[in-house]
Design a protein around this ligand. Structure first.
Ligand code: AVJ
Length: 323
């Protein structure tokens, strides 16, 4: 192996339990109202399609959040403070954190992801690009409580959770997740988190029903993946993408709608679909600033500051543990 500065990272393996795709699909399709959890969208093709979604004209969250981070990097850094350990649960390619590193100047960065190979590659690239930064990659499932494998010598810990990924949790689960983060960052800890706002329904509906059909392909790819990996016989073209804003629940729902009465086999399991019956594949909750701050308080955080864009599409909150 080549030795270079890029490989100069620390690595911790928490040996996360891989999700059981087969059991969760069988269980979800066996329900009265069929569901498949959104975490299964992200195989290689699903990840590629999600990246494409982030660049779509209708999908405002990614570019809006990035602009908020760029425009307010110095102010954010002022709140976060110097020399923190910056932990990023679900860091993926560590793309957005690059907008903040030069301003925040953490003493160490801890990308955390369940996908070990992707994590190590991304951590090495950050390390090469920011030679002054100590990088501690941690392979872990961020939805589980976790004690940090590395504590910063002089200071506090701040978590970074961008992308409105919090929106995939049911609100009660979101509070639990935030409480886990509060426990993880500890007494002097903070959390910088991106949260999609409640807004005009037309903007929301367009963001999940793009004109190029990328979101539809992303949704249907779940069935392609089930066919390939679990030996199922979904007729993928007979399921329609359906996404809409449910104002009552304050969430965008995505479904796959069976066009006809049909039977689908997954291995030895048979599942009957009536025409128009749906598989619920995703919830993406939207929060007003106040509603999110209420969740944050319930989880043991105090809201410190919030940044938004001029159109009030997206919010970035800074929270600190305690009263
Ligand atoms: C990654 C969960 C934030 O809910 O907007 C994008 C996923 N689904 N288009 C979102 C998604 C359809 C995205 N999150």
């Amino acid at each position: 192996m080549r030795q270079s500065a890029a490989e100069d990272i620390s690595f911790y393996d928490n040996h996360p339990e891989p999700a059981d795709f087969y059991s969760e699909v069988i269980e979800g399709l066996g329900r009265k109202r069929k569901i498949i959890p959104p975490k299964f969208f992200y195989d290689a093709e699903g990840s590629r399609l999600f990246d494409a979604i982030c660049g779509l004209p209708e999908y405002y969250p990614t570019r809006t959040e990035m602009q908020i981070l760029r425009d307010n990097a110095a102010d954010i850094a002022g709140h976060v403070g110097e020399d923190c350990l910056l932990v990023e649960p679900g860091s993926g390619s560590s793309h957005k954190v690059r907008l903040l590193l030069d301003s925040i100047r953490p003493s160490a960065y801890m990308p955390m992801d369940i996908s070990k190979d992707h994590l190590i590659g991304a951590a090495q690239r950050v390390s090469a690009e920011y030679p002054w930064l100590d990088v501690h990659a941690t392979c872990a499932d961020f939805t589980e409580p976790l004690d940090l494998p590395y504590e910063p010598p002089q200071g506090h810990t701040v978590a970074f959770f961008p992308g409105s990924s919090i929106g995939n949790f049911e609100p009660e689960r979101a509070v639990e997740f935030l409480a886990n983060i509060a426990a993880m960052v500890g007494k002097q800890g903070g959390l910088l988190i991106g949260v999609d706002l409640v807004m005009d329904h037309e903007i929301l509906n367009a963001a999940y029903n793009d004109s190029q059909g990328v979101t539809a392909a992303f949704n249907r790819n779940l069935l392609v993946r089930i066919n390939r990996e679990l030996g199922a016989d979904f007729d993928v073209d007979s399921f329609d993408h359906h996404a809409f804003y449910n104002a009552q629940e304050s969430r965008v729902e995505m479904h796959l709608v069976s066009e006809v009465d049909q039977v689908v086999c997954v291995n030895s399991h048979r599942f009957e679909f009536a025409g128009n019956e749906t598989i619920h594949t995703e919830n993406s909750y939207k929060y007003s600033i106040e509603a999110f701050q209420t969740c944050a308080r319930e989880a043991g955080f105090s809201p410190i500051n919030v940044w938004t864009d001029a159109q009030n599409l997206f919010s970035v909150h800074y929270l600190e543990v305690g009263k």
